[in-house]
Design a protein around this ligand. Structure first.
Ligand code: NAP
Ligand code: ZN
Ligand code: ZN
Length: 350
């Protein structure tokens, strides 16, 4: 059995610690991958700290995974040893429900199988994520990484990339005024992708700190939402707002920034906040949500990013720094995604 070195959360109040995981030999339609890089998503922290409830432990987080095919099952046709592949937020789904058949596996009506903090299709084998040296995945749930991309900068695309690409592709046309709220892992991908789609992009950040960095990333304008008059002065300015903020904030204020008929999509998942009908009703605005993307759309996003030279801005860390990285994400102190170099885990086992 392939053995993986990993880092796990044993309970929500404690830091991650070294942990060993047994992976299975690839079945006929499965692939064993050696993991090279794994991004740290804020959702890893929400789940590690059980902020959404229902977390299961031990937990090996990580759903922004890039690796190389190490071994293929007998019936695998699509992949060969050495191929560069990605794994995102789920590793399986029922394949039969309406959502699965439409390529929207993330909404599988029976329940998709999350890459970690969940179970395989048997409903009892826990899934362990990408803070580990290898994993066994069904061939149909892998993504192809286009050639020539810097792999540490590609890993975050598997969650942050597709989570922002999906609603932008759905709602944004070239020339639209687009606001990205929150300049973290998701937000900075939102800026890059919206620009590549031809939008005019404004970053809304909770303080002045990231103004220069936002403009350097390609944003056309910047608003510090904490500044006096920020909401009043920008009323009815945007066709579309993508809200990536992980902490509680007043959605009603942001809705007032939409033009008549404009749409705001929530992808950040903070604790609930009260919502008024007034800003929606009075200007026929729309408020929506969006969850990652299906396999087809994730592949489309990877190809789009390769074509437009879009990748994440990352801070690559060895596994030993993972707890420090969690603390820094909580302080919004990351430009813009931590990515674990899994070679540092492999060295531990050598
Ligand atoms: P992140 O890197 O921590 O970025 C979140 C950003 O929110 C921060 O950079 C900060 O931006 C802003 N923020 C944080 N605390 C704030 C506060 N107290 N007040 C106002 N703004 C604050 O997180 P991420 O990985 O991008 O994830 C963002 C959220 O999306 C998380 O809730 C995550 O679970 C969720 N998520 C959802 C999906 C989905 O499919 N819907 C997928 C992945 C992640 P500024 O400093 O610019 O204000
Ligand atoms: Zn994520
Ligand atoms: Zn399904």
């Amino acid at each position: 059995m392939p053995k993986a070195q990993a880092y796990a959360v044993m309970n929500p109040k404690e830091p991650l610690v070294p942990f060993a995981v047994e992976r299975r030999e690839p079945g006929a339609h499965e692939v064993l991958i050696d993991i090279l890089f794994c991004g740290i998503c804020h959702s890893d922290i929400h789940q590690a700290r059980d902020e959404w409830g229902g977390s299961t432990f031990p937990m090996v987080p990580g759903h922004e995974i890039v690796g190389k095919v190490a071994k293929t099952g007998d019936a695998v046709g699509r992949w060969k040893t050495g191929d560069t592949v990605g794994v995102g937020c789920f590793i399986d789904s029922c394949r039969e429900c309406e959502s699965c058949r439409e390529g929207e596996e993330q909404f599988c009506e029976v329940g998709m199988n999350p890459t970690y903090n969940g179970f395989e299709r048997d409903g009892k084998t826990p899934t362990y994520g990408g803070y580990s040296t290898c994993m066994t995945v069904d061939e149909n749930y892998l993504l192809r990484i286009p050639e020539g991309m810097q792999l540490e900068r590609v890993a975050p695309l598997l969650c942050a990339g597709v989570t922002t690409y999906s609603p932008l592709r759905r709602f944004v046309s070239p020339g639209d005024q687009v606001a990205i709220v929150g300049l973290g892992g998701l937000g900075h991908m939102g800026v890059k992708i919206a620009k590549a789609m031809g939008a005019t992009v404004t970053v809304l950040s909770h303080s002045e700190h990231k103004r220069e960095a936002a403009l350097a990333l390609g944003a056309d304008d910047f608003i510090a939402t904490g500044a006096e008059g920020a909401f009043r002065e920008n009323a009815k300015r945007f066709h579309f707002i993508l809200d990536t903020v992980s902490a509680q904030h007043d959605y009603n204020l942001y809705l007032e920034l939409l033009k008549r008929g404009g749409t705001m999509v929530l992808v950040g998942i903070p604790d609930p906040v009260p919502l008024s009908a007034v800003p929606l009703v009075m200007q026929r605005r729309q408020l929506a949500g969006s969850l990652i993307g299906g396999l087809r759309e994730t592949q489309e996003m990877l190809d789009f990013c390769a074509q437009h030279n879009v990748a994440a801005d990352v801070e690559v860390i060895p596994i030993e720094k993972v707890n420090e990285a969690y603390d820094r994400v909580m302080k919004s102190d990351v430009r813009y995604r931590f990515v674990i170099d899994i070679a540092s885990l492999r060295e531990k086992s050598a």
